[in-house]
Each structure stands twice: as structure tokens, then as C-alpha cells.
Design a binder for this molecule. Structure first.
Ligand code: UDP
Length: 325
């Protein structure tokens, strides 16, 4: 049994990871400011004997806040809004969670001799001029725009990791996570899969931004979490940046058509203005993950979407029946 800290534990990935770690018999200390995470995501875990939760802001967290938890083996630092809608609503706390928050967690790792995995992002590549993106590509990020608070904060978070790895030999690993989905996303998350699936189920218009020719590559949450855990376990991943994502690329209009078909939905597809600095293409090169971690995604988009649609339907039904009662 390991003692593991998960920041962002009430978020989409954090709650999934927490459940997984508890099922593997570990003891988990979950931290979340609940700015974009939802306590409802941890409803079943809150009374678990091996789980403790604190609503704390990682940018203000001190090492002694966790003294009572004892010796810490691993830290997964996930805390940060990740949907453009939420990070643009909270730019300063997004910056702080990824910079000050990352330093605070690295200090904790240093004091405990713990391993730390930092979840960076494909947004570190900005609007990429190299395609697909390898970890060596240094990116094309705009400092002067609505995505900068997230993209540049994540990049600076990586810098903190580099400094703690090289100066203090903290066992740091950086995962650059590409678009990830499942029904665990908030209904109002604002990202494309969550929007399209809930729109298709409700028979509302599927809102494509721009002409829909921009591309993304979508990873099902189970594959992502398996990748993060492999990375944490792998000594060869220390001091490495590794892309974690699904390399199969789709245009957004294709995604709209697939969701509409799989949900058997009467919805129309409508077109809306493209957000500023929306990356035109995105697809990970995952050779490094394959070589170092022996990891690759297993769930195809259609299979993941079928599961997501089914679970969203159940989630919406449950919410509706609660409202009626
Ligand atoms: N998008 C869209 N309709 C939506 C939400 C998003 O067409 O309702 C587009 C968005 O403009 C982007 C892509 O889908 O090109 C992925 O957006 P998302 O917000 O999911 O994540 P991003 O990869 O941009 O961070």
C-alpha cells in the first residue's frame, strides 16, 4: 500500500485516478479547490477508509498541511482547470495552480523523497507548425491571447519540474496530455465531446466552431489513466516529458457526424465563430510512450463514444428524475 497525493482529485481525471488508486489498495489524500472540480465526482469515495479529502488551493498549500498523512510515496499533480471555458473564466488561479502550485508540490516531493507526476498539456505546443507533435517540438504558443494563461502556465510548470529534477534530483515525470474524454466530464465542461454528446442526446444543435476542418485526437479516460500510472511506476520516465494521447486524428466535423450517428440523434449541425488562437491541428507522436512505457491507447474513438453516450444518457436521466422529484 502506497501513500499517494492527488491534486485536482475532484476533477475529471483526478476523480477517475483516485478511484483507480483506491481499488489498487492504496491510501489517497485528495486535494481540490473545487473551482472547476465537483465534489459530486467523489461522492462514493468520501467515506472510504483509505481516502481523505481536503478542499485546498494548491497554490497556497504548505508542506506541513500534509504532516498528519505521514510519509508520502507519490504525488500526482493534476490540479488546474483544463477546459478553455473554465481556465478563461479563472486565468489567475489557473496560472497559480500550475506555477506556485507546482512548486509547492515539488517541495512536498523533495521533503518526502516522493515521486511526482505533473500533468502538462498538448497546449504546450500551441498552434503547432510541426505535425504530429513529438516531445522535442518546442511549440508555437501566443503569450498575448485568451489561451496563454493555461498554455504558458503549463509550460512554466514544466520549468519548475526541470529545476527540481536537475537541482534537487526529485523524481519528476511530465505527461503532456492530449484531448481526453468520457462521461466523467462535467455536463457544462464546454469541451467538444461533452458539448456534442449532451447536445445530441437532447436533440439540440451540434455547435461546430469554425468550419470544422480543425483536427484533434481523442483519448478515452481509461487509456489516459493507465498511461499516467505506467509513467509514475517507470524509473526510466524520471526527468522525461512524454506525450499521453491517442494518435488517431479526426476533424471536428467528423466528430460531430460520428456522435450524431452513434447517438441516433435528429440534431442539426450548426457553425459558429472559431475561438481566438484555436489550434488548427493536434495529434501526438507517441513513439516515446511506446518505447519507454510500453503504453499505447486501446480504446478506439467510436467504442469510447458509445460508452460515453450511454453513460451521459443515464446521467441526464438521473438528473432529470431528481428534478422531477
Ligand atoms: N469545438 C467545437 N464545438 C464545441 C466545442 C469545441 O467545434 O462545442 C472545437 C474547438 O473550437 C476546438 C475543438 O473543438 O477546435 C476542441 O475543443 P475543446 O474545447 O474540446 O479543446 P481544445 O483542444 O481546444 O483545448
Amino acid at each position: 500500500m502506497k501513500k499517494i497525493v492527488v491534486t485536482g482529485a475532484a476533477g475529471f481525471l483526478g476523480s477517475h485516478l483516485t478511484r483507480q488508486l483506491l481499488s489498487q489498495q492504496h491510501q489517497v489524500f485528495g486535494i481540490d479547490s473545487l473551482s472547476s472540480g465537483l465534489i459530486a465526482n467523489l461522492q462514493e469515495e468520501l467515506n472510504h477508509p483509505r481516502f481523505e479529502f481536503r478542499s485546498l488551493d494548491v497554490s497556497k498549500l504548505r508542506v506541513d498541511h500534509l504532516d498528519h498523512f505521514g510519509h508520502i510515496d507519490e504525488i500526482y499533480h493534476l490540479a488546474s482547470p483544463a477546459s478553455p471555458k473554465f481556465y478563461q473564466m479563472n486565468p489567475f488561479s489557473t496560472i497559480e495552480a500550475n506555477t506556485l502550485g507546482t512548486q509547492n508540490m515539488l517541495e512536498l516531493a523533495k521533503v518526502h523523497g516522493a515521486k511526482l507526476l505533473y500533468t502538462s498539456t498538448s497546449e504546450a505546443y500551441g498552434d503547432p507548425e510541426v505535425h504530429p507533435q513529438t516531445e522535442q517540438y518546442r511549440g508555437n504558443v501566443n503569450t498575448w491571447g485568451p489561451r496563454a494563461c493555461y498554455d504558458e502556465a503549463k509550460r512554466l510548470g514544466e520549468v519548475y519540474c526541470y529545476e527540481y529534477y536537475t537541482r534537487y534530483a526529485v523524481q519528476v515525470k511530465v505527461a503532456r496530455i492530449f484531448n481526453t474524454y468520457s462521461a466523467g466530464l462535467r455536463n457544462d465542461d464546454g469541451r467538444v465531446i461533452s458539448n456534442f454528446v449532451s447536445q445530441a442526446i437532447r436533440g439540440e444543435d451540434l455547435t461546430v466552431y469554425g468550419d470544422g476542418t480543425q483536427t484533434r485526437s481523442f483519448c478515452f479516460v481509461d487509456d489516459n489513466i493507465r498511461g499516467l500510472q505506467k509513467m509514475m511506476e517507470c524509473d526510466q520516465a524520471n526527468g522525461e516529458i512524454i506525450n499521453i494521447g491517442n494518435p488517431k486524428e479526426y476533424t471536428i466535423i467528423e466528430v460531430a457526424q460520428i456522435v450524431k450517428r452513434l447517438a441516433n440523434s435528429p440534431s442539426n449541425i450548426t457553425f459558429h465563430p472559431l475561438p481566438i488562437d484555436d489550434p488548427k491541428v493536434r495529434r501526438p507522436n507517441i513513439d516515446k510512450a511506446k518505447t519507454i512505457l510500453a503504453w499505447e491507447p486501446l480504446v478506439e474513438l467510436e467504442e469510447g463514444l458509445i460508452r460515453t453516450i450511454e453513460m451521459y444518457r443515464n446521467k441526464l436521466k438521473a438528473e432529470l428524475s431528481q428534478k422531477i422529484v
